[in-house]
Design a protein around this ligand. Sequence first.
Ligand SMILES: [Zn+2]
Length: 156
Amino acid sequence: MARAIELATETKGTNPADTPIAALVVRDGKLVASGVNQTAECCDATAHAEIVALRAAGKAAGEMRIEGATLYSTLQPCGMCTMASIWAGISRVVYGAGRDDVHSMYFEDRHLSTLDFIVDAYKQNLTLTGGVRADECAPLYFRPWDDVPEKMQAND
Ligand SMILES: [Zn+2]
């Protein structure tokens, strides 16, 4: 997670407006690929850090499934990224700041959580660990109490 935080802040700074979200795919203790959020840069709503990392990991692995890998993300993956992790065969998802640590703008649904997707997935061996270095990750994002202009809220 320390490496993910480093990647997020080195690449995108520490201003929440610049979406410093980073993700890493690690397998057998080795970094397979990484990514940072590029939604604004690429004009692509799917360019979340986790998706960027999973795409790069698939290319690096030479196959779409990266079985046995762990996905680390500085922010709890959204529904899209959680599903992508399931499709990619990820075995473990580890995230920093959780849903309750950040503004609701980071999630597309009021009630559906990463946990629900994982519990319901056709996959028995996918584990989820949240809150890792959350105190370092959360300040990178808008907090629940921040008054974020509607225009800046991706889920508006
Ligand atoms: Zn996402």
